[in-house]
Write a protein that binds this ligand. Structure first.
Ligand SMILES: [Zn+2]
Length: 136
């Protein structure tokens, strides 16, 4: 017998707001994400596919109202020029599922000088102390 329905993605567990951001390039309200205040060590993953995107070490308080990072995990994202809204910005996409995550701006802190401005809704934070698998 063949399996009729093999789940290929975790999209079924996403909220409509998450789908709106990931698939339709939406933006959450500034200051609305509880991740703005998240300070624990850990990993931020794409809520759409689980791809690790950022570590908490690269997170900083930008004051923008969105979770911000100055660095990204190697190969985690793709960048694409976005000239909507009458300005040229660089869109940040998940390299794995191509979901829209946010934008990157050249006004971040050292050492990268970059500000990855993310929608908290599409970040899935995994605190470091909650992972008990895999030896270090
Ligand atoms: Zn993804």
């Amino acid at each position: 017998m063949v399996q009729k329905s093999t789940p290929v993605a975790v999209c079924g567990s996403l909220t409509s707001d998450q789908v709106r951001i990931l698939r339709e390039h939406g933006t959450e309200r500034p200051g609305s994400s509880p991740l703005n205040h998240e300070k624990r060590p850990g990993t931020y993953r794409c809520a759409g596919c689980g791809n690790p995107l950022f570590t908490a070490n690269a997170k900083y308080e930008s004051g923008s109202g969105w979770p911000s990072f100055f660095d990204v995990l190697p190969g985690a994202i793709e960048e694409r020029k976005d000239d909507s809204l009458g300005m040229v910005r660089v869109e940040v996409l998940c390299a794995n599922c191509k979901g829209h995550l946010g934008h990157v701006f050249p006004d971040g802190p050292p050492p990268t000088g970059l500000r990855y401005c993310m929608n908290g809704l599409i970040l899935d934070f995994q605190p470091e102390d909650s992972t008990h698998s895999d030896a270090i």
